[in-house]
Structures are given as C-alpha cells and as structure tokens.
Design a protein around this ligand. Sequence first.
Ligand SMILES: [Zn+2]
Ligand SMILES: [Zn+2]
Ligand SMILES: [Zn+2]
Length: 137
Amino acid sequence: MQNAIDLLKSHKLRKTPGRIDILEEFMENNFALSHRDIENSLGNKYDRVTLYRIMSGFEECGLIHRVFDGESAIKYALCSTDCDSGHHHDEHIHFLCDKCGKTYCLNFELPEIVLPKSYQLQELNVLAKGICENCKK
Ligand SMILES: [Zn+2]
Ligand SMILES: [Zn+2]
Ligand SMILES: [Zn+2]
C-alpha cells in the first residue's frame, strides 16, 4: 500500500502536515468518515476550517469520494486508484451497518439498472444495509 506522502504526490498535492494527517486517517480506517469524525481525531491540532478545506480539496482531486448512506452527515472514503482530478470512478456498493453505524465501501460493482427510455442516468448510488463483519463476530 502507498503511503500518504506518495499518494499526495501522485495527485499533485503539496505535502502539508494537515493533509498527511487527514489522509492517514482515511488510510487507517476501512469505513467512511464524516467531518466530525476527522474533527474528533485531529481537532486539537487543526481548526475546523482547515480540516474542511483540506477534505474538499481531497474530494476535488480524486483522493476521497462522498458516500451516500442516508445519514445526515456527509461521509467520505478513500478512492480507488483510478480516481483523478475531477473524475471519480467509485462505482461500487456502500454498506451501512445497523449495529455500529459505520459505512464501508464494498468492492462490488453496481447492479445494472434499466430506466424508462426518457430518463437519463447520471449517477447511481447503491446502499446495502445489514450487519458488518466486525459486528457479526
Ligand atoms: Zn473517487
Ligand atoms: Zn458493524
Ligand atoms: Zn466508496
């Protein structure tokens, strides 16, 4: 696995302590994180505005993607390697665990759906719910 510094470099981002710390949070957790989660772990080192700014920069350059899980807070997860600036390719299923409330990226392709002829698909989000592997133990 790449380290945070290489990952920043490959997305043409200058390495700053804030960027490295946030990226490491995403690399260390296999579930999606909200602004609040990041604030809870790094809020004593950086102010909220800095954290928000870095995260929206990460989203723009293809490092993290939004995870729609129906919860009120927006969550983000680390992107696959094919994501790039302005182009996200995170076409996979998200899984929300009923027990721990964590949302995971599952490496499964989205099912194909057929829309009525006059509708044009631009984006598809598929959310599965259930009990995750950690809670099932
Ligand atoms: Zn992405
Ligand atoms: Zn769980
Ligand atoms: Zn995902």
